[in-house]
Write a new protein. Structure first.
Length: 440
């Protein structure tokens, strides 16, 4: 079957992606390079900006695309993970792919993966992230974009996104995460992330890089002949509409990255375009206020550094009121440190389980909290019920609700909220369609 003959629906595309979860993670670029060859090297048809780091990658990637789009460039953005739909991961002109384009991309990448898999050993296989990355790069080439902002997944040296030859690389920050794969120290992790830096590229460094990571970045830049750029402390950068001090730092970093690319292509930076981009920014799942009665915020902070940034910015979005915490964490995260930052703000906590085989049990979170002297806890494995109980408690006390700890948890609750809204809309539509009907 030729790739053009494969007509998939969005549901078939998502089923194909879910089937690849069984194969897990496999490092190495060989499969991706073969995929790119089969697909006609789409990654070579446009320049790219790669965004590396522990936290802030998705927001920074969105912001880079927004700034460049308002300078007249047609942009593509590749993000991970998604909250509700895989389609969220690929943006063209800041818009998600429509269902047909998404399905066509996954079908084409799956066709390429089948050919690559035939050349691999019995225990080797194209992974889900590789398939998604290949589909995104192919679709961007098909759409004729001018530049792509590409968020790396895990690491840099062997991450699937490093198949691109990025002229600008951004390092947001470096934290102690995924040490099993990236190494035990900040220096080791920085080395792995910046192995993707190409000769003569521009390296844009976040303002909050730890000294150990900064030393590695400066050394690797010297060795590769790369130019270092940083956000300008002297220049006034407009605050983005997305709340939070961390988002203001992300936007300043995104501006520096966008300026580096604009300089490469000979386009002058326009302050009016930067301001328009700042005003347009929304980042789903980060400090997202979903209701005002009681005030309820969802935030996908999933490690201690991200939780610290959340705590710093929480007063911008929630009132000074009794706080109900709904927390779900994966088992490879430092839950104790996350609790240490969140519990001093909390009057009552509900511990739940994100929809993942790697979810830490609510009972384990409860045990950790009690070791810290915090007793006002409840365990509710079902996230929607935990949120319902927390909201009822907060409503009675004039309080507020914070849901955090995992992107998977936030995504699950947003999906449940979307389903409820669809059901209500369906009921309303049904009633309007039959205005003379009555119920018995």
């Amino acid at each position: 079957m030729q790739p053009s003959d494969r007509q998939w629906t969005e549901a078939q595309a998502e089923a194909q992606l879910r089937s690849l979860e069984l194969f897990g993670m496999r490092f190495g670029l060989d499969r991706m390079r073969r995929m790119m060859t089969v697909l006609g090297s789409p990654e070579q048809r446009f320049p790219s900006i790669q965004v590396l780091g522990t936290n802030g990658k998705s927001s920074t990637t969105r912001m880079i695309a927004a700034i460049l789009e308002r300078h007249g460039l047609r942009t593509g953005a590749y993000l991970s993970p998604h909250l509700i739909s895989y389609r969220e991961r690929v943006l063209i002109g800041e818009r998600e792919l429509d269902p047909d384009a998404f399905a066509r991309s996954i079908a084409r990448a799956s066709w390429a993966a089948e050919r690559v898999n035939r050349t691999l050993g019995q225990d080797d296989h194209v992974t889900q992230f590789e398939l998604l990355t290949a589909a995104a790069l192919w679709q961007m080439a098909e759409q004729g974009i001018d530049v792509a902002a590409v968020e790396a997944g895990l690491g840099g040296r062997f991450d699937a996104t490093s198949v691109i030859d990025a002229g600008v690389i951004v390092l947001t920050n470096v934290g102690l995460e995924h040490t099993r794969w990236l190494g035990p120290t900040l220096k080791d992790i920085a080395e792995e992330k910046l192995a993707a830096l190409g000769s003569g590229a521009t390296l844009v460094l976040g303002a909050q890089l730890a000294p150990a990571a900064l030393q590695v970045a400066e050394r690797i830049a010297r060795e590769r002949g790369a130019r270092i750029a940083r956000p300008s402390a002297a220049r006034s950068t407009p605050p983005p509409s997305a709340p939070g001090a961390f988002q203001r730092r992300n936007f300043a970093l995104a501006r520096a990255a966008a300026e580096a690319h604009l300089q490469d292509v000979g386009i002058a930076v326009r302050e009016s375009a930067v301001r328009e981009a700042a005003l347009s920014i929304t980042v789903p799942g980060r400090l997202q206020l979903i209701d005002g009665d009681p005030p309820t915020v969802l935030d996908g902070a999933h490690n201690p550094d991200a939780v610290d940034a959340l705590v710093e910015s929480l007063p911008e979005v929630l009132p000074d009121a009794p706080l109900a915490l709904v927390l779900g964490v994966l088992d490879d995260k430092d839950a104790a440190r996350m609790l240490g930052a969140l519990l001093p703000l909390t009057e009552r906590a509900w511990f739940t389980a994100p929809p993942s085989s790697r979810a830490l049990s609510p009972a384990t979170l409860q045990s950790l909290a009690r070791q810290m002297g915090f007793e006002e806890v409840a365990c509710e494995p079902h996230p929607a019920r935990a949120l319902e109980q927390a909201r009822a408690w907060a409503r009675e006390r004039g309080g507020a609700v914070l849901v955090t700890g995992s992107v998977y948890l936030v995504g699950d609750l947003l999906a449940e909220r979307s389903r409820m809204q669809e059901r209500r809309s369906g009921n309303v539509a049904g009633t309007q369609a039959q205005p003379g009907s009555s119920s018995r």
